[in-house]
Design a protein around this ligand. Structure first.
Ligand code: CA
Length: 242
């Protein structure tokens, strides 16, 4: 798989910041300052990840993203958005972005998000395991999820979840490291015609966190303010008292 990163960004300073830090980490980078050319390259070349500014001259980032996905290009896309632009983020995720970074951002965040998105796209196949003759199981840190049986085990202990809690967990668990909007969860778990508010989603996530003691686990459900949730798996649980 390619280690090349495409940066579609018209602000030279920002493009340089991203380029510099990614090259330090061993990535090969290409910068394009407008949407049309960015789209052209993304469609015709192979990249490990694409950074996409939303506010671009000519074709904006939303159009680029939409056309990219219409062309069947599955390269992970991290959108670059302005601060306090939650609607932009939500729209970008709907159009198929994998994650987002809010400007201005730090180097640590840039690198963390890049490697998370890459890890996820590279592990896509190996994530769930179907033992021979057995049933599908998703293993995430100390959690084992059995989609067919609606069962979850934490360190080998069976955890009692309500069906909707299970479905929320499963949807997040199948997409680790990816921001899932509340709308998505509502639609997938409750259906388009459900009348309850998005608060329902929050209630189920809090309940999951409590039942699975997620604050003490390597698996965590992060809240993305105003947007939704993201399930993350750390190599080891974070040190207490941080
Ligand atoms: Ca811009």
């Amino acid at each position: 798989m390619s280690d090349k990163v495409l940066i579609i960004e018209d602000e030279p300073t920002l493009a340089r910041l991203v380029t510099y830090n990614l090259s330090q980490e061993g990535y090969e980078t290409e910068v394009v300052g407008n949407g049309a050319e960015g789209l052209h390259r993304a469609v015709h070349d192979d990249y490990a990840v694409i950074f996409l500014d939303l506010m671009l001259p000519g074709m904006n980032g939303f159009e680029v993203l939409q056309k990219l996905r219409q062309h069947g290009v599955k390269t992970p896309v991290i959108i670059l958005t302005a601060r306090n632009a939650e609607e932009e983020v939500v729209q970008g995720l709907r159009l198929g972005a994998d994650d987002y970074i809010t400007k201005p951002f730090g180097v640590a965040e840039l690198l963390a998000r890049t490697s998370a998105v890459l890890r996820r796209s590279r592990n896509d196949e190996g994530k769930s395991v179907v033992p021979s003759g057995g049933e599908k199981v998703i293993a995430l840190g100390d959690l084992q999820i059995f989609p067919d049986k609606y069962e979850v085990f934490l360190n080998g202990q069976w955890i009692s979840l309500r069906p909707k809690e299970f479905e929320v967990l499963l949807y997040l668990a199948e997409r680790p490291g990816i921001v899932i909007t509340r709308d998505d969860l509502m639609n997938v778990v409750w259906g388009f015609d459900y009348i309850g508010g998005q608060r329902t989603v929050d209630v189920h996530v809090s309940s999951l966190r409590k039942k699975l003691e997620l604050n003490q686990q390597s698996v965590q459900i992060e809240s993305i303010r105003g947007v939704g949730y993201k399930l993350i798996v750390n190599r080891k649980a974070s040190a207490p008292g941080r």
